[in-house]
Design a protein around this ligand. Structure first.
Ligand SMILES: O=c1ccn([C@@H]2O[C@H](COP(=O)(O)O)[C@@H](O)[C@H]2O)c(=O)[nH]1
Length: 276
């Protein structure tokens, strides 16, 4: 999916919500445990309940990899179940020497080889240009580079400063020469509200993937105040806040209620910003 198509989806659904699919077996409602693949059944029902309210789904691969072969199978089936017009993000945080990154790119972008073809993958920028390049070779696929993350320890490295500025600023400045804003997004935590104006100065046209609303307490209003651009430019993710809104047989309805609250907030913001 390209940028134009993504913005069209945002306008059609009046939403820039990304639902995070991070299921843990212990948190899956009991009545699903008799299914052959409870994780997939859980995801399937979440997708059915929220697919008209969001423009993206983001399975974090850790939640599948941790379950070995059956986890990969759940991930594959989940990817295949997501409607074609919804943006898919493999939150895998990969990046290695070039020939290894090429294998990671095949794993998440090359359906013929791996059975999956996500629209985007999250990548750690630490190893530099040749570790990111193999992901950028795929047409209409996206690399989402970690820039300023939502966790408390983001400051251990990302805020390191020299005469040129902070490390995360340098990540954006340098990497934006590796590909266009039709290929590159950045991860910026919703908990970093105060930094959005600065980030937009460095990356005016790029989409930002913004995790951290919901369970991590980030504010949608703060993110949008300076984060929006002419094509919306934001995919705001909530995982636990949506998928674990309910614990019983009505978990999918409860998930829908939480997703709807965020979508309605987003619709007001998009309307006020003249983006609809
Ligand atoms: O800076 C980052 C980068 C990635 N994440 C991931 O996003 C989701 C957030 O989940 P919640 O349950 O909504 O907190 C999860 O997959 C993280 O690994 C992030 O939170 N912050």
């Amino acid at each position: 999916m390209n940028k134009k198509q993504l913005f069209e989806q945002i306008q059609a659904k009046k939403s820039f919500l990304c639902v995070g699919l991070d299921p843990v077996l212990e948190n899956v409602p009991k009545h699903l445990l008799s299914f052959e693949d409870p994780i997939f059944e859980f995801n399937k029902q979440i997708i059915e309940a929220t697919k008209d309210l969001c423009v993206a789904y983001k399975p974090n691969t850790a939640f599948y990899e941790s379950r070995g072969l059956k986890g990969w199978e759940s991930l594959l089936k989940t990817w295949a179940h997501i409607p074609e017009d919804i943006f898919t993000i493999a939150d895998a945080k990969r990046g290695d020497i070039g020939n290894t990154s090429a294998m990671y790119a095949d794993a998440f972008f090359n359906e013929e080889k791996s059975g999956m073809s996500f629209d985007a993958i999250t990548v750690a920028p630490y190893m530099g240009k040749d570790s990111v390049g193999p992901f950028l070779k795929y047409e209409d696929k996206w690399v989402i580079l970690l820039a300023l993350t939502s966790n408390e320890s983001h400051s251990d490295f990302q805020l390191f400063e020299n005469a040129d500025g902070k490390l995360y600023e340098e990540v954006i400045r340098v990497s934006s020469k590796w590909g266009s804003s039709d290929q590159l997004m950045y991860v910026v935590g919703a908990t970093r509200g105060a930094e959005f104006a600065n980030i937009r100065r460095l990356a005016p046209d790029n989409f930002l993937l913004v995790p951290g609303v919901g369970a991590q307490g980030g504010s949608l209003a703060d993110v949008c105040e300076f984060g929006l651009n002419a094509t919306c430019g934001l995919l705001v993710n909530s995982s636990r806040g949506i998928i674990y809104a309910g614990k019983g047989e009505d978990f999918a309805e409860k998930a829908r209620e939480e997703a709807l609250k965020l979508q309605q907030e987003m619709e007001i913001i998009l309307e006020k910003s003249g983006l609809l």
